[in-house]
Design a protein. Structure first.
Length: 88
């Protein structure tokens, strides 16, 4: 699946201590200041037991950049699908 799911290592979930994580996707909601940004289909590792979501450093940095840009533009609510920086 290309760079989108480049981190396919599993780990024991540190939250529930029972499940293993697998590559998947999640919806992430960020609420900096007066902005609500909902990003769907974010690549993540998801616990198969409790559903806890782990987003890698690269995707997190991109999400934070998008939230900052939307806040600077005066956006109040924005819902979008995740796109890697290279697929813009």
């Amino acid at each position: 699946m290309g760079a989108r799911f480049e981190t396919e290592k599993t780990m024991k979930c540190p939250i529930c201590k029972h499940g293993e994580t697998t590559a998947g996707a999640a919806t992430v909601t960020l609420e900096p200041g007066g902005l609500t940004l909902v990003v769907k289909a974010v690549p993540a590792q998801v616990c198969d037991n409790c559903g806890e979501v782990y987003v890698d450093e690269q995707a997190t940095a991109q999400l934070l950049e998008e939230a900052a840009a939307a806040a600077r533009a005066g956006t109040e609510i924005n819902v979008r699908h995740f796109q890697t920086a290279s697929s813009s």
